[in-house]
Write a protein that binds this ligand. Structure first.
Ligand code: B12
Length: 213
């Protein structure tokens, strides 16, 4: 288990982009039987929010955001295999990508981890994914297409993906999410469901498939 002081150090290490310390502390947490879901939710994700606030305030710039993101990902890579463990038959096949023009992937990677842990087979299409690549993924048998967008400028791309999928006759369900997305927006562009965070993504995918209310 990590002490409160070590959790503070982990928070600071993410903000400072100190990947080595992040890896060291998350490894210690894993080996000590820490609840890694709580560590993510209560320490690591808030650290990324702090980085966003510092960027908004003009205190840090893109390079600092980038090293913070790399440090965060170093921790996520350790947590992923544990939270994604499941021994059930897959509930359904799901793919996910950050839409064209969007390079943010930390939130998407957390959603992948949670969906896998909930028993879905997940194909990660990566970032900057074109409309055509989403349609191709549906044709490969993915029953749900998950779209992630973090920018005001890439949000409208989600509507274009949905139009493209429907024009191509793709009937897969579409679930959207990301910091700039709301339920209202999902309704407006005809998405089947919206999820606010990674646990919310699991519920949204189940709703889209009619497996939950
Ligand atoms: C790290 C970061 C970066 C890194 C990304 C590295 C990476 N590998 O991801 C880098 C440095 C590359 C970057 C670049 C830019 N960024 Co940036 N970035 C951030 C930052 C600090 C953190 C994002 C993050 O990881 N959050 C933590 C995760 C866990 O949260 P999340 O992504 O929201 O995901 C959760 C939910 O949204 C949801 N979710 C996410 N996807 C999905 C999908 C589905 C289907 C569902 C159901 C749910 C879901 O579940 C997730 C888990 O809980 C945010 C600030 C912030 N607080 O969000 C700015 C922020 C998003 N960036 C911003 C900006 C402006 C930029 C740049 C334009 C800066 C520039 N001038 O170049 C570029 C754009 C690059 C591009 N084309 O994409 C702005 C966006 C403002 C806006 N409204 O448009 C923000 C908000 C910063 C700010 N306060 O101004 N960025």
């Amino acid at each position: 288990m990590l002490t409160e002081e070590e959790k503070d150090r982990l928070f600071e290490a993410i903000c400072d982009g100190d990947r080595e310390t992040v890896v060291e502390l998350v490894t210690k947490a894993r080996d000590g039987g820490e609840d890694l879901g709580d560590l993510l939710k209560d320490t690591m994700i808030p650290a990324m929010s702090e980085v966003g606030d510092q960027f908004s305030a003009g205190e840090i710039f893109v390079p600092e955001m980038l090293v913070a993101a790399r440090a965060m990902q170093g921790g996520i890579d350790i947590i992923e295999p544990i939270l994604a463990q499941t021994d059930h038959e897959p509930l359904a096949r799901v793919c996910i990508g950050s839409v064209k023009g969007d390079l943010h992937d930390i939130g998407k990677n957390l959603v992948v981890m949670m969906l896998k842990g909930a028993g879905f087979e997940v194909e990660d299409l990566g970032v900057d994914v074109s409309n055509e690549d989403f349609a191709a993924a549906a044709r490969r048998g993915n029953q749900v297409i998950c779209l992630s967008a973090l920018l005001t400028t890439t949000k409208p791309q989600m509507a274009r993906v949905i139009t493209h999928l429907r024009d191509e006759g793709v009937s897969a369900r579409v679930v959207i999410g990301g910091a700039v997305i709301t339920q209202d927006y999902a309704d407006r562009i005809g998405a089947d469901a919206f999820g606010e965070d990674a646990p919310g993504a699991v519920k949204a995918v189940k709703r889209a498939l009619g497996l939950a209310n």
